[in-house]
Design a protein around this ligand. Structure first.
Ligand SMILES: [Mg+2]
Length: 375
């Protein structure tokens, strides 16, 4: 397969509710969508999932788009690839930001699936040697942003449970006390619940984690530093609740650190953060083969990114519900036709050829304003 041209369009989504986590509040979400055209005229889609500002990891929308247009596409040129993995080797060699690589690589998977007349889900399964029948739906969870009081959190949790989500993640910052978390947990003692601290704590806060160790959280996600593996290992040795790492996992070296240092029991696998689907598959295999568990994280995606996440989360590596919520949770208006809806805690995985979703009229009109850029 050869890529002959591409286009990028920046969409801006108004969030239904401002989304607060750790040190940032988002009311709007810019997302660049990339379309690649192959030599047969097929079009594949991917999206840049970085946030506008570098508060999650140090990659941003603008930096990723700059890398795609100035680095990845010129280097790609007229190269020909026979498999997504060959393409992944190329894109990893560019040293571009992970989320820039992932955006282009998503479109490559969409194209390979279309050329082979299979769904992206099926292509992923074939890539990992799984010839079983694809799962038609996956169990999903939802993340609840930081609130001002236990009562507000309880109300928000109840709303999500009523909608049918099967796992609740609470974003937690330093204003959340042991008392507050105990009160929340007492309201929902049997709900599969976890917390995500987005690196807001230090090892010197270990008494906080020891005091919530008995609250039966499924895991504590990224309590400590964004580059740390050692303090996480020290904390993990002192509590029973498994830790989960997110912000500091980009590549196999990072997964090996978790394995060798016993820094955590779980890895939040975001295909954007690890540079694409091929890398996500390789890292998931490495983690699971060494006794870690993986689950699929979210980045407030559009329907495009959500479809990729659903396909990934349906693979056998993923046994814990991911952060993949219904289409209507974050944005008033999405860019695909149809909606992903929750049904008994699950969302259906697209089964059509390629990604299995198509741009809606609004998105197609916006895209039509952009020129195809030849490479
Ligand atoms: Mg996280």
């Amino acid at each position: 397969m050869q890529i002959v041209s591409y286009k990028i369009h920046q969409f801006s989504f108004k969030l239904k509710h401002s989304y607060r986590f750790a040190d940032a509040i988002y009311r709007d979400r810019p997302i660049n969508i990339i379309a690649l055209k192959d030599e047969l005229g097929n079009v594949g889609l991917g999206e840049v999932e970085a946030f506008e500002f570098p508060n999650y990891i140090d990659e941003t929308q603008r930096r990723c788009v700059f890398s795609i247009t100035s680095r990845i596409m010129p280097l790609l040129g007229s190269k020909v690839y026979d498999t997504p993995f060959e393409f992944a080797r190329f894109i990893n060699s560019t040293n571009a930001p992970y989320m820039a690589r992932a955006a282009v690589e998503m479109a490559i998977w969409d194209l390979f699936a279309k050329r082979n007349g299979v769904s992206v889900q099926k292509l992923m399964m074939l890539a990992v040697g799984d010839s079983s029948a694809p799962d038609s739906s996956v169990a999903v969870g939802v993340a609840i942003g930081i609130k001002g009081s236990a009562a507000e959190v309880i109300k928000a949790v109840q709303r999500e449970l009523d909608l049918g989500y099967s796992r609740i993640k609470l974003k937690v910052n330093r204003h959340y006390s042991v008392k507050m978390l105990t009160e929340i947990r007492a309201h929902f003692p049997d709900v599969l619940m976890m917390i995500d601290c987005n690196s807001q704590f230090h090892l010197r806060d270990k008494s906080f984690f020891k005091n919530i160790d008995g609250l039966n959280f499924a895991m504590i996600e990224q309590p400590l530093g964004k580059k740390d593996f050692i303090d996480h290992a020290k904390l993990q040795a002192q509590i029973h609740t498994p830790l989960c790492l997110d912000e500091n996992i980009f590549n196999s070296e990072d997964v090996w650190k978790v394995i060798n240092r016993h820094s955590a029991g779980f890895i939040n696998m975001k295909l954007a953060r690890v540079g694409g689907i091929s890398n996500a598959l390789a890292l998931s295999a490495l983690a699971v083969n060494h006794g870690l568990q993986v689950w699929c994280g979210g980045m407030l995606e559009t329907g495009i990114g959500r479809a990729f996440n659903l396909a990934l989360a349906s693979l056998g590596y993923f046994q814990f519900p991911g952060d993949i919520s219904a289409s209507n949770r974050y944005y008033e208006k999405d860019i695909i036709n149809g909606e992903f809806e929750i049904d008994h805690g699950k969302i259906t995985v697209p089964q059509g050829v390629g990604l299995g979703v198509e741009l809606n009229e609004y998105a197609q009109e916006k895209f039509a304003e952009e020129e195809w850029i030849k490479i």
